[in-house]
Design a protein around this ligand. Sequence first.
Ligand code: BGC
Length: 899
Amino acid sequence: WNIMKYLGITSAFILLFAFSTYTLIAQKAATDLRCEYLQNPIGIGVEQPRLSWMIPSEPEKKNIKQSAYQIQVASSIDNLEKSKRLIWDSERVNSEQSTHVTYPGELTARTRYYWRVRTWDQDNQESPWSEPAYWEMGLLHAGNWSADWIKPGHSEDPKIANPAPLMRKEFTLDRNIAKARLYVTSHGLYHAEINGEEVTEDLFTPGWTSFAKRLQYQTYDVTALLQRGDNAIGISLGDGWYRGKFGFSSGWNLYGEELALLAQLEVEYTNGKKEVIGSDATWKSSTGPIRMTGIYDGEVYDARMERPGWSKVGYDTGDWSTVKTTDISKEKLIEPRGVPVRKKEILEPKKIFTTPAGEMVVDMGQNMVGWVEITFDGNAGDTVSIYHAEVLDKDGNFYTENLREAEQRMQYILKGDGPQTFAPQFTFQGFQFIKLEGLDALPDPSSIKGVAVYSDMEQTGTFECGVPLLNQLQSNIQWGQRGNFLDVPTDCPQRDERMGWTGDAQAFAPTACYNFHTAAFYTKWLGDVAVDQKDNGAIPFVVPNVLGDNAVGSTGWGDVATILPWTMYLKYGDVRILEEQFETMSGWVDFLDNLAGENHLVQDGFHFGDWLFFIHPTEWNAKPGYSDVDFLATAFFGYSTHLVVEASKVLGKSSETAKYQSLLTEIKSAFQEEFVTKKGRLSPHSQTAYTLALAFDLLKEDQQENAVRYLVKNIESRDFHLSTGFLGTPHLCRVLSDRGYTDVAYKLLLQESYPSWLYPVTRGATTIWERWDGIKPDGSFQTTAMNSFNHYAYGAIGDWMYSVTTGIQDDPKNPGYKHIFLRPHPSKELQYANASHKSLYGTIHSSWKIEGDQVTFNFVVPPNTTAVIEIPQNGINPAQGVDRYEVGSGSYTYEIAVQ
Ligand code: BGC
């Protein structure tokens, strides 16, 4: 028998008393005010930005809902607080909407808009006004740029890595300053200083976009850095993605041979007068201590060539050149929609030791992305080199062969007047270990700090359970995301790739959205997916496309065009991203439609297939993991078409719905005729084939049961090992649990022997490996040609851990977690699981714990949302029946006897 004990019953009377006093108290003021997902952004360009807020949760209260809101917008905090001269007053709007409320008016360049919101709750109780927040518009139009593009005046050799140029200017501000903004961008990376102070903590600016078509510029509030009187600005440039060694052929000058700078400092005096100091022909250029810098190769820094005070007033530019102006279009300039890269974490060395080969090595304890900050002492001219590696070989020696052409090396040349701390400026490396050359003795641990850098996304997900290896897997997934979310979603951060591989991105996106607040990050990147789409609708293998016009059109990769916007719609309720991307989404499907032609099977073109699926050297013929590429291509064609149908429904595009729905019907019947027997056996007979046919709903009703059985049999015949690659893996466990085989999914998840998710963890992995067998059971490595130890694609299992183990699921009919499904699938092996996800409405919690013959479930549903909680009637297995509870916000506990 079942006992369902709704905890709180015993305290119901006390609560009832408390509740009646509470209802008299107003709803709490809204918090977490965001504009276009960002807190107080400056320099945005979205014409009609969307505003969101959260209703604070109150643990004692249930069913908190917003019934109405009012937004006010003003040009100053003072006006806002006095409700005076409002630019916009929404008045009271009866609506539950607390996310993506569109600002309806016209906005002016360079202007800051202060806003606040108040809400009414389910009992019509009014909240106080929120704390004010703001957003500020950027320059918006090319015509608002008066500065000139400039390039260094000194000569460079475009065939080699050149020293990083410095550019500077002194100027006088003759009145008291009320406000100042620096608008700045570059070809190459820039680092800006004013009067010797860094302008920003942002790194790798202006970021990586498809530079020929879109180049971001940033806006900084530099009021506090300027003074009445003389001032100086200095900006250094690095090769970065623009012209450094980059891309498959490790070529140079991908986007151009010359670095360039565009900077516009706009100052407003207290008397209202304005002044603009722009980059122009009066600036000077030279080079400094960074003698070479490259994304793959690292940096060479010669401290003897430092130019102390170069961004301060009074510096002698006697030996500097005068810059040249250059003609670069300002039409391609855009305001950022993403988040900047920042220093996010500092790690201490775990161990410093000498390897059997006699190398001086530091183990940072974590495969990370960024650099080490290191302090040395020595004589002028002494050189210390730092090499970076992800792993040691089986003898315990430093291993860099998997880095291919990437040198991952810093070289510091001392100037010899006491200890100095070094860190690179324009490069990042992927590593757990560093090797030091040029030191006499092992360094002191306090002289080394690991600096992890990544896009500044808030962590929104946690997952923990009773199996330590799984907890390490979760940590590996999250670290894989940190290291590969460096302005664009990359495949890996260490070897000579580090590119925006679209297939990896689509595979990992749902997991990524649980772990971190990725909405702004992905919005930015989808802009590049759209502009890099070919006229015939083909999507490149990598975005920004640095591999050329022919590196386009692979299914499973190009499908990022449909999968990612749809994922963002589900996770963030973002309708606008569907609007903005719809042409790209349908363009991709049209491309596949043309490729397939009359018979609706994609049998043409190049496709990567189920990349890196498991191949056993001796079992190849007996039990292949291989899936035919035309099967996979057609399956993704069907799936993307389905997503275009769904998106067109959300957008009310009825003629598109009809068009793509009938295409989908044709694809399904072609698929069934070609690849499926009457009873649901597939050719190819692989795990990935069954997984995708079921996940993408390509089978007839009466074929599905058999197909699931074939999948399970295949897994059993491999003694509960998977054989899937990049395409099948993200969907494998979901298909099993959806069809009542959660037990099989858990066996795969908990499998420790290779191939499995936990095998790398047993080998000490701290990030997700590119291959199931990056390090083989005998300790040897997979091919040096492709063996990254920080590739997030297989981390896609994270989605299943959140959404099945703890059962936190979105509802496509009410996306963005406005309505939530809580459908946990407990497992005795895990003993307990505890997950949280901070949605746009607040934090969702789900946990369960098995103690003796009882399972206790705990949930928290955030304010202004509702949820359906499904509790397995036998405590463990939802497939045997569930009890459903429709609930509003609040905390819920259920205790169930395990049967
Ligand atoms: C990358 C990938 C990518 C693949 C294409 C590799 O070199 O690292 O992760 O998706 O190529 O199949």
